[in-house]
Design a protein around this ligand. Structure first.
Ligand SMILES: *[C@@H]1O[C@H](CO)[C@@H](O)[C@H](O)[C@H]1NC(C)=O
Ligand SMILES: *[C@@H]1O[C@H](CO)[C@@H](O)[C@H](O)[C@H]1NC(C)=O
Ligand SMILES: [Mn+2]
Length: 407
């Protein structure tokens, strides 16, 4: 069998298994690079290969109208009571729920971790899979879901935006790349409803599924990536994997999903990239902002673009975010990162975001990193809400919050 007809057969098989993917306009099978049928990794999958992602039979569930389901018992909605959801948000289970609920932002848990204890599914550090649920049960007594007012721009995002918790995405054992197909599907459900997905996790490899889902919705190379990270994640080395959390952006550029010049990186530092990788990054026009010039030109570069923010928590300084797999000193401060989230939310149409590589098992007793992650999401929501209210200056400060309200 020729390679071409083998690929066509594989596509046919995939369409039979996942018709939603193949019927979707704008989807290109070759984005899923790991599905090369000549690769033993793919053909080794047994008859139960889709068990982890087969959807539950809901035909016997009580009938209900599509819409949001609020699992909170108490009006004040303190997160430690009732049932844990992101920011105390109501739950949605399907695209129809998101549509009927007119949801602006859907939070999605990303539970793919290190590859069963091997290195390079994520870092050699395991535990990022716990981030998705840990953020629902954060011990943070300032974390009132009913009081979502940003302290800089004075916008009450809790009343301006309709949020939903869209649950976690399924995961395959020992096959993180396969999990990306399911993540792609779930994110597409959110995007189809016109909502902005915000992912919480989890290994950074999962952001590749954000990129494919956005390419399906907006066309490839039509969304700008704002990538906040200590590391460039464009490693030339595959390390024996088709994809890992250090090379996903190189694969995305190579597959034509993102143009190098639409990849804007912030916070790079550490002992990488090496000269060869740096040359590849320059050839592809990637705009990398090292800590040496952070925040200087980023807002200008982003002007007028549709933006997907992918935030690796190790972009922050370890004193701000100790619970990451790959600590690197000299990172973004809390103030810099929160200002960036607010400003981009105001200036740009943010079409997706994720906050990745949080390792709750490595966090301190105060959950310093988890609380930081929570505040990053809130700052972004405040920016999005401010934009909705008509605020246009990315560096806007509410006059009531400065100069004793006399400004
Ligand atoms: C990119 O977006 C523009 C404007 O929405 C659209 O006209 C164009 O077809 C898109 N490109 C692709 C490759 O889909
Ligand atoms: C699908 O993507 C590949 C690269 O990943 C590209 O070579 C090919 O032209 C694309 N096909 C279509 C129909 O867009
Ligand atoms: Mn990363």
């Amino acid at each position: 069998m020729s390679r071409k007809s083998a690929a066509a057969l594989a596509l046919l098989a995939l369409c039979l298994a996942l018709p939603a993917i193949c019927s979707a306009a704008g989807f290109n099978q070759s984005w899923f690079v790991w599905q090369d049928p000549s690769d033993a990794f793919v053909t080794r999958l047994g008859k139960d290969k889709d068990l982890m992602t087969t959807r539950r039979d809901t035909s016997k569930d009580p009938k209900r109208e599509a819409g949001l389901v609020n699992p909170q018992r108490y009006a004040f909605g303190l997160l430690q009571a009732g049932f844990p959801t992101y920011l105390g948000a109501p739950m949605a289970f399907t695209t129809d729920d998101l549509k009927a609920g007119k949801v602006d932002v859907a939070l999605v848990g990303m539970v793919v971790d290190d590859n069963g204890g091997e290195c390079w599914g994520s870092t050699c550090m395991t535990g990022a899979r716990f981030a998705a649920n840990a953020m629902r049960t954060l011990r943070d007594w300032m974390n009132f879901p009913t009081q979502g007012t940003d302290n800089y721009i004075g916008v009450d995002y809790a009343s301006q935006l309709t949020l939903a918790d869209y649950g976690n995405v399924g995961v395959y054992y020992n096959a993180p790349e396969r999990s990306l197909e399911e993540i792609h599907k779930v994110l597409s459900e959110v995007l189809d409803a016109g909502a902005v997905p915000i992912g919480v996790g989890g290994t950074h490899i999962q952001s590749y599924a954000f990129i494919t889902a956005l390419a399906q919705k907006y066309g490839p190379q039509n969304v700008t990536l704002l990538h906040i990270d200590a590391h460039h994640d464009a490693y030339l080395a595959d390390l024996g994997r088709l994809m890992h959390n250090g090379n996903l952006l190189r694969v995305a550029v190579e597959q034509g999903l993102v143009r190098g010049r639409d990849l804007i990186q912030v916070g790079l530092r550490s002992h990488v990239p090496d000269a060869k990788t740096m040359a590849w990054m320059r050839q592809n026009g990637i705009r990398s902002h090292f800590m040496a010039e952070v925040l200087g030109r980023i807002l200008d570069e982003l002007k007028g673009r549709k933006v997907y923010i992918t935030f690796d928590m190790d972009g922050l300084d370890p004193s701000t975010a100790p619970a990451v797999g790959t600590q690197d000193p000299d990172g973004l401060t809390a103030t810099q990162a929160l200002q960036l989230m607010r400003a981009v939310g105001i200036q740009n149409e943010v079409v997706a975001a994720d906050f990745m590589e949080y390792f709750p098992l490595l966090d301190d007793g105060h959950q310093t990193t988890g609380i930081m992650l929570d505040r990053l999401i809130r700052a972004l929501l405040a920016g999005i809400a401010a934009r909705k209210q008509g605020i246009t200056d990315p560096l806007y400060l509410n006059p009531e919050r400065i100069d004793h309200g006399t400004a």
